[in-house]
Design a protein around this ligand. Sequence first.
Ligand code: GUN
Length: 293
Amino acid sequence: MSAKIIDGAQIAADLRADVAKDVEKIKAKGVQPTLAVILVGNDPASQSYVKGKTNALHEVGMNDRTFRLPETTTQDELLKLIKELNADKLVNGILVQLPLPKQIDPDTVIETISPEKDVDGFHPVNVGKLLLGHDTFIPCTPHGVIHLLKRTGIETSGAKVVIVGRSNIVGKPLSVLMMNKDVNATVTVCHSGTKNLPEVTREADILVAAMGKPQFIKADMIKKGAVVIDVGVNRIDDSSKKSGFRLVGDVDFEPACEIASAITPVPKGVGPMTIAMLVANTLVAAKRQNGLE
Ligand code: GUN
């Protein structure tokens, strides 16, 4: 079997086009949606993600206020900037790119962002709302995964979903979204303490790889005909590339294609969805803050 390749780039482009139409409408009402993006340090992957995010904002007609701060930035300096942006009525959303340099505590940073401007959906108030099923900002990557499944017409109700990875950004919120009534899946979350991992992953109708280990999920860990969602983005050395690296996911892609019925590639799978959901969340923030919902 050769798996259907789920075209995340196209599905994300469709979503951005929908957002762009709504941006036009609220601009006509005098609102200019604006996202503050803060990047601390020189991590090349983070720089590349931030560029992707600002490009998408511009494409849909939004403004960005990007702050590139040095690696040596103190926590107090960063918190001061966030507080200024919380108070700035022209800024609808605030995103601090993770990871942060080691002198800065990410939890303190996230808790300082106003929950109303937390378009990443990482603030404890928004995480709590997500768990309770209340209206909130849904973290972009898990939201993107759900959207991909829906747009691809993959049946989730009653499906056995296995998520490998328990991060606050992906695994945990995705497990909550998957068990919501509108998705209605039965969810298992695996992690480094899981015994007999391949036995568990082979049970999955939908297998989500989100542990950040290049090509870790092998073909023999996948049930025949399963849907495989690869959230991993890993740089591995490749001297044939000008950059000296190439991107691979957490799934060993080519052999997995022979077993799965559908699979997301890396790149152009989940990655573009994360960014599309960020602009969608920024639109929601701008509407809410201006009484347009
Ligand atoms: N680093 C990796 N993924 C993300 C994300 O979704 N948001 C932020 N702010 N940082 C990240």
